[in-house]
Design a protein around this ligand. Sequence first.
Ligand SMILES: Nc1ncnc2c1ncn2[C@@H]1O[C@H](COP(=O)(O)OP(=O)(O)OP(=O)(O)O)[C@@H](O)[C@H]1O
Ligand SMILES: [Mg+2]
Length: 591
Amino acid sequence: MEFEDGIITRVAGPVVEAKNMKGAEVYEVVYVGKEGLIGEIIGLHEDRATIQVYEETSGIGPGELVKRSGAPLSLILGPGLIGQIYDGIQRPLPAIMETAGDFISRGVSADPIDFDKKWYFVPVAEKGEKVLGGDIIGKVQEGPVVEHRIMIPPDISGELVEIVSEGEYTLKEAVARVKTSEGIKDIFMYQKWPVRHPRPVKKKLAPAEPLITGQRILDTFFPMAKGGTAAIPGGFGTGKTVTQHQLAKWADAEIVIYVGCGERGNEMTDVLREFPELVDPKTGKPLMNRTILIANTSNMPVAAREASVYTGITLAEYYRDMGYNVALMADSTSRWAEAMREISGRLEEMPGEEGYPAYLASKLAAFYERAGKAVLEGSEEKIASISVIGAVSPPGGDLSEPVTQNTLRIVKVFWALDTALKERRHFPSINWLRSYSLYLDAVRGWWQKEIGEDWFELRSKAMALLQKEAELQEIVQLVGPDALPPAEQATLEGARVIREDFLQQNAFHEIDTYCPPKKQYLMVKIMLEFYDLIMEAVRKGVDIAKIRKLKCKGDLSQMARVSNETYEREFADIGVKMRNEIRQLIKEVES
Ligand SMILES: Nc1ncnc2c1ncn2[C@@H]1O[C@H](COP(=O)(O)OP(=O)(O)OP(=O)(O)O)[C@@H](O)[C@H]1O
Ligand SMILES: [Mg+2]
C-alpha cells in the first residue's frame, strides 16, 4: 500500500513531530528524514504524529519527510536467531557497529536473519492434516544445540494442503500451504510478530517446578520457579551482573535471552566481549549456542533501549511456543525505566514520582506478565515457560525509589543485594533476612519428591537459625560475645557454618560455581546436624572453647568444593567423623 508522506514540524532529541499523518496508527513504524531513520509513532492528534526515533536525530529538521510503513514494530522470528547479538529493534549489532568502538552509524538497515541461508527442513506434518496456529509442521537444526520447530503462525488455521519434502530451503521459500477460511496461505520458516503484543497461549498455569540455578542461597532459601518472575535490586557493584551471568549459565532453561542495558558506554562493550566467551557447562561449547543477546549501550538512542525489553520478551515467547523453557535476564531494568522517563519528558507528559511517567507501574507489570508457565496454542497439549529475572539498579542503592518499589509489587521473588555484605566480601551479597520467594510452597513438592522428604523442614530450620543469629548479633554488639550464655554462643557457631559455608558461594570457582540440588540438601542436612550436636554437647557441659576448636568445622567449610560427582560418599565420611569427634567431647564430660 502507498501512503502519503508526513512532514517534520519539530525535533526534540529522540522525539520528532510530523504533520500530514492522517490514517497512521499508534506504534506504526516510520522512516524519518533523508536518511530514513527508524522511528515509531507513539502519539496521534488528528493529522499530527509524535514519533520516537531509534537513532540519533541530530541534523534532522522541519520540512523533511516521514515515510510510513503501515506496520507496527515487529520482529522476524525464524531459524538464525540463536547466537545473534541485536540492538533494541532487532538490528544485528556486528553489522551496524562501526569497527572502531561502539559508534552506531545511522540509517543502516540489515536483515535480522539471513534470508538466503539454506536450512535443512524436516517435515513432521502431512498433507491433508488439519492444523491450528502453534502446530509444529517441521524441524530445522539451528546451530549445534537448538532444534528449531517450524510452527503455523498464531493467526492461521485450516487444512495443510501442501508441505515440502525433507531438504534444504531458504527463508524466502514457502515450505507449506494452508487452506484457511480466507483462502490459501503460504507458510514460511519464519514469522513476523509485533513486539508490543504478547504472543497468545491457551492458558496460563501457576508455576510448580523450581528453576534450578545451582546457586545455594537462591535454590534452597529463595527459590525461583519455572515461569516465575524475580528481581535483583542492588546498588553499584553489588553483584547484579555476576548473578545474571550465573543464571544465564546455570539455570535449567533450554534457551537464554539476555537483555543488557549498559550503565556506562563501555559496560555493554564488556558484555559484547565477555558473553560470547561464556562456556555452556552443559555442552562445553559457547553459551551463545542457545542464547540470543540484546545489547544497548548508554550512548545508543534511548528509544531503542525502551524497545529492547519488548524485543527480548517477544523472542522468549517465540521459543516458548516451540515448547522450550526459556529464561530471560534483563540487566538492568532501571536503564529501561530511565529511557521511558526521558521520552516522557520530551513529550511533556505530566511527570509522576521522581519524574518517571505515571504509566511506569503498568509498563513494568505488562512486561513481567509476559512471563509464565502456559499451555501453548495448537492441536496438541504442550506446556512451556518463560522465567524473567530483572536486575534493578536503584541510585545510591536506595530501594525506596519508584522503579524498585513498582517492580517489587509485581515480581514474586526478591533477591536483595546488600552493599554491607559486598564490603565484607560475602558473595553472593544477597541479604538472607530481606530476600523472599513466594514460590516456596509451589516448589516444595518437587524438592520433597525429588531430593529429600525433609527439605522444607531443613530449610525452615536453617532460616530460623539465621534469624536467631541476627538477633543475637545485636546483643553481641552491645555486650560482646562472652557475655552470652554457652547455648547462645553455640547457636552463633552453628549459624556461622550456614552463613559462611553454605550461603557464600564463589561464582569463579570451578566446582563451587554450580551446586547440584542434592548437594545443597545434603550440605544443609549435615550442617544442621552439626548444630544439633554442638547444642547437645554444650547442654551436657562441654566447654564452648572446645567447640570452637572442632576439626570437623574445617571439613564443613570444604563441602562446597567437594567434587560434584563424589560428594555423596565424601559427605557421608564427613558426617561420620563429625559425629565421632563431638560424641568424644560429650563422653569426656560425662565420664
Ligand atoms: N557470586 C560471586 N562470586 C564471586 N565474586 C562476586 C560474586 N558476585 C559478585 N562478585 C564480585 O563483585 C564484583 C561486582 O559485581 P557485578 O559487576 O556483578 O556488580 P553489578 O551490581 O552488576 O555492578 P554495576 O552496578 O557496576 O552494574 C564482581 O566483579 C566480582 O568481583
Ligand atoms: Mg552490572
